[in-house]
Design a protein around this ligand. Structure first.
Ligand code: AMP
Length: 429
């Protein structure tokens, strides 16, 4: 058995998945940390929901949705239940909101954020994976336009800092129960008249999901939709006012945007405000860093009382692609794994104690192979990006001292062993 295992080729990560090795793993972590800090500043709190849900949770998003129809990883568990790896975050969060009866138990809006993996069986390409990570924020229980502005502002502010490049904010309204169905009918009959000009996929979309035709990249379909009726011209009065108020709010906060009547996002639950944020640093095929919108019917679809909601999801891999090579925040960034290295040529336990004292004092510190030569350890210290090196030689340790060296200036001095952590910390300040 063992023999045959060793002759088979070594296993590889599944198609469409990515290993984030350092320093990319550190860049990903920095994104998550940055998002966490900002979301909390906006009054959002952390929610964790399962990566698997009953398949039904996603089926309720609308079976005409491409993500639901074609891209879900669905399987039967050992008890014969149908489970699905979540393709997006909102459905699970709304399911938890309903399941725990939060509408009556917490002040609304319930403002939460989460960070985690999603799974879609898509054709993998640059910026499009089968397992990918999203930064997600949701505000459930507020119908007013101000919360739309807040949510968009949070996404834009995060990307402004994290992405650093040129961003395009696209805004649209999908209407509501009063005006969306009539518009969809109008749009459908327009498409019926041009059916022969559409690609096969779009022909099939006319019946169940005609607005998705707006998303098709096929030049023939694009030509058809150029002249199609525009939803922003067919909004009911309350939806029109809501959109105006959102745009006024964005103006007040100084965000530049473009109203894009062609913007339909992949998930069908959106009502009223929808938005997408694109990066000029990415190719058109995968330039969406994230997007979101209002889902005023979703809580009800998942079995709750009618409750409005809005949220967004930003794609971590896309942001990393757009910022490839960019320098992350100061501190223990990707290029610098530790601040201090303890170099030991004395033997005994002094190095262990010094390392432990440094770490307890809040300094990121490491050893660099204490059984090796001093020269080899010094080289490793540089490779680890250390700023300070603590050198323990036999003579120093015998006298209860250590040498500390600042690699920036080359300055070196002797300090008491018991003061190593304080001295290094002081020098790093
Ligand atoms: P969505 O959940 O489809 O609204 O997507 C929101 C954001 O998640 C997109 O703008 C992308 O940045 C990211 N995203 C969606 N699908 C994928 C995928 N298959 N691979 C990588 N990122 C994705």
């Amino acid at each position: 058995m063992m023999m045959s295992m060793s002759t088979s080729p070594p296993p590889q990560a599944p198609k469409g998945t990515v290993d984030f090795l350092p320093p990319d793993g550190d860049r990903l972590q920095a994104l998550e940390d940055g998002f966490t800090g900002l979301a909390r500043r906006y009054g959002y709190r952390r929610v964790y929901t399962p990566t698997i849900e009953h398949t039904e949770v996603f089926l309720r998003l609308g079976e005409a949705t491409d993500v639901v129809r074609k891209e879900m990883y669905t399987f039967e568990d050992r008890g014969g239940r149908s489970l699905t790896l979540r393709p997006e975050a909102t459905a699970g969060i709304v399911r938890s909101f309903v399941e725990h009866g939060l509408a009556k138990r917490v002040p609304l809006p319930w403002k939460v954020y989460s960070v985690g993996q999603n799974f879609r069986a898509e054709a993998p390409q640059k910026g499009r994976y089968r397992e990918f990570r999203q930064l997600d924020a949701e505000a459930i229980g507020d119908a007013g336009p101000a919360i739309d502005v807040e949510v968009i502002d949070l996404a834009m502010e995060f990307l402004r800092v994290a992405e650093g490049g040129e961003l395009a904010l696209l805004v649209n309204s999908m209407g509501d129960g009063a005006c969306k169905p009539a518009f969809v009918d109008l749009f459908r009959s327009y498409l019926e008249g041009r059916r022969t000009d559409l690609c096969r996929d779009c022909g099939e979309r006319i019946e169940g999901n005609p607005l998705r035709v707006l998303d098709c990249k096929n030049p023939g379909c694009r030509a058809v939709t150029e002249d199609a009726p525009r939803i922003v011209d067919h909004l009911c009065d309350p939806c029109g006012k809501h959109l105006d108020a959102v745009l006024t709010g964005l103006d007040a906060l100084g965000w530049k945007y473009r109203v894009e009547p062609r913007l339909v996002r992949g998930l069908d639950y959106y009502t009223r405000t929808t938005f997408e944020i694109q990066s000029a640093d990415l190719d058109a095929a995968q330039n969406a860093l994230g997007g979101g919108g209002r889902y005023d019917g979703l809580v009800e679809d998942l079995g709750g009382d009618p409750t409005p909601g809005i949220g967004f999801a930003l794609g971590c891999e896309r942001i990393l692609l757009a910022t490839a090579g960019a320098v992350t925040a100061a501190g223990t960034g990707p290029g610098q794994t530790v601040q201090a290295v303890v170099v030991d040529v004395a033997g005994g336990t002094a190095a262990l104690e010094a390392l432990s004292a440094l770490r307890k004092a809040g300094v990121s510190a490491d050893g660099a192979g204490w059984e090796r030569s001093m020269k080899a350890q010094m080289r490793s210290a540089e490779r680890l990006g250390a700023v300070m090196v603590v050198v323990l030689g036999p003579d120093e340790v015998a006298q209860g001292t250590a040498q500390i060296k600042d690699l920036r200036s080359g300055e070196q001095r002797a300090v008491a062993l018991s003061a190593v952590a304080d001295e290094v910390k002081g020098a790093l300040r």
